[in-house]
Design a protein around this ligand. Structure first.
Ligand code: CP
Length: 336
């Protein structure tokens, strides 16, 4: 694997290698061991054309915990405002010593363009391209789901898969790169994916995705998902035309206090009635897609997701830059 651009093109073995490597890295990311020397002398650039808190900071933390040098580049305040192209920007950063470029861009396909056009020898990691994909978010979500399932069964997450796990993704699917990356990855890992959204917030062609589509979130909850992933309403991508209205959206599709009570009674990953896991990629719009009670519920894994993001991003950078192919892949390569 030279780049990480999407989960649609990620094979089961590669996704599992990243998740298993993330488990190895988690001892470092939880600070039991402060740092690994694995990327000493390598330089990671975070190149962000859109705002970010979690992704950018966790990539920086991940790179530093692997002893890499980190250069942070924000398009705001850079020579992009003078008209410098993406190609010239990346080649400038490579000339400054970059080995990997972690890029967030408003244009769908920007990371693919960077990798496919051969503009750079750097490893390219897609940290979100428009409404298209956000592969490391889906990987950290998969790690969170896998850990939740393993904890419920009292087993090691490394031996656990997502086969048959039912995951309901709710909300603004149309604008969500998180939803797209999750649909492909969760399907690859064997989970049963359900989507619930207003018809106006579903993309054309969604019926061809490997997911069941619901327009009524209460019907979708009645199918007893193991996990409910609430999406942020991306008003900034709607050009002022938020339809349905915020009030109607919250009432019909939001994780309200009333729906939280339903989620609390779901069988959950242990199938013992202890409730379904709640996930959210963040940032949460409290009072819009999720109530404050649901945001603060013990079932909500949003902060676990954030810390799993460091382990997953350590794994991705390690596998791309160190030449290590991960526990399973290394064993596979060594076998006759
Ligand atoms: N989930 C996510 O991508 O968050 P940020 O926009 O804060 O990076």
């Amino acid at each position: 694997m030279k780049h990480l651009l999407s989960t649609a093109s990620l094979a089961h073995a590669d996704a599992s290698a990243i998740l298993d490597t993330a488990e190895e890295m988690s001892a470092v990311s939880t600070r039991e061991v402060k740092k690994l020397p694995t990327l000493r002398g390598r330089t990671v650039v975070t190149l962000f054309h859109e705002d970010s808190t979690r992704t950018r900071v966790s990539f920086e933390a991940a790179a530093k915990r692997l002893s890499a040098d980190v250069m942070n580049f924000s398009a705001k305040g850079s020579s992009v405002s003078k008209g410098e192209s993406l190609k010239d920007t990346v080649q400038t950063l490579e000339a400054l010593g970059a080995d990997a470029v972690v890029m967030r861009h408003a244009a769908a396909g920007a990371a693919h363009q960077l990798a496919a056009a051969d503009w750079t020898d750097c490893a390219v990691v897609n940290a979100g391209d428009g409404t298209h994909e956000h592969p490391t978010q889906a990987l950290l979500d998969a790690l969170t789901l896998r850990r939740g399932r393993a904890a419920a069964a009292g087993v090691d997450p490394r031996g656990t898969d997502l086969a048959g796990m039912r995951v309901l993704i709710v909300g603004d699917i149309l604008h969500s790169r998180v939803a797209r990356s999750n649909v492909w990855l969760l399907h690859t890992l064997g989970a049963e994916v359900h989507l619930a959204a207003p018809p106006t917030l579903l993309p054309v062609g969604v019926e061809h995705w490997p997911a069941a589509v619901h327009y009524d979130v209460d019907v979708a909850l009645a199918a007893e998902p193991d996990a409910v992933m609430m999406l942020r309403v991306q008003a900034e991508r709607m050009g002022g035309a938020f339809f349905p209205s915020a009030g109607e959206y919250t009432r019909r599709w939001g994780l309200t206090d009333e729906r939280l009570a339903v989620v609390e009674r779901l069988p959950g990953p242990a199938r013992d009635g202890s409730g379904a896991m709640i996930l959210h990629p963040g940032p949460m719009n409290r009072g819009v897609e999720i109530s404050s009670a649901a945001a603060d519920s013990p079932l909500n894994r949003v902060l676990d997701q954030v810390s799993h993001g460091v382990s997953v991003r350590m794994a991705v950078l390690h596998l791309l830059l160190s030449g290590d192919r991960g526990p399973d892949r290394a064993a596979e390569a060594a076998s006759p």
